[in-house]
Design a protein around this ligand. Structure first.
Ligand SMILES: [Zn+2]
Length: 171
């Protein structure tokens, strides 16, 4: 059995950067963003092949090695200004559809607000989308959880190790 110090030493000698920072002390902050969306899944045999909607909840965790001069990993208002605003503008009260969905042209003709995706708009792909937008906006995102219903959670973590995606059902 290794002591903690020996384990850290083992890691330091056996893993090259950029894996190292994941074993150093980190500060984390989490923000919850609620939004409503509709979708349907292509090539899927089940209720989700029909148009339906969700009260979704995205939970974004950011991580930093040190605090800024304000004593924060990041000001929540910065996340609100950028990520919450992006979700409000692009996903909230919109139909999220695969861009090849035959309903796209019909719904556009009727002025329905859509967000088109290159992939099926599953909870996993929506979590990935929010993760990627947060990362591209320059935030040190650690993971994104998406609750599609109060029972079904999908998460995506991608910071230090290989991208990991998973879902679990509560209850
Ligand atoms: Zn659904």
């Amino acid at each position: 059995m290794l002591t903690h110090a020996e384990y850290v030493d083992h890691l330091l000698h056996n893993f090259a950067p950029p894996l190292l920072p994941s074993f150093l002390p980190m500060f984390r902050v989490t923000r919850q963003i609620d939004f409503c969306y509709g979708h349907r899944l292509l090539n899927y045999d089940g209720k989700c092949k029909y148009l339906h909607g969700h009260n979704g909840r995205a939970i974004i965790t950011l991580e930093g090695e040190k605090l800024d001069e304000r004593g924060m990993v990041l000001d929540f208002t910065d996340i609100k200004r950028v990520v919450s605003h992006w979700i409000d503008t692009n996903l909230d009260h919109r139909m999220l559809l695969h861009r090849e969905d035959p309903l796209v042209s019909v719904l556009l003709e009727h002025g329905e607000p859509l967000y088109l995706m290159d992939e099926n708009p599953t909870a996993e792909n929506i979590a990935k989308l929010i993760y990627d937008i947060t990362e591209k906006s320059g935030f040190p995102i650690l993971e994104c959880h998406l609750w599609e219903t109060p029972e079904l959670e999908t998460h995506l973590a991608d910071r230090h190790l290989a991208r990991e995606v998973g879902s679990r059902r509560r209850g």
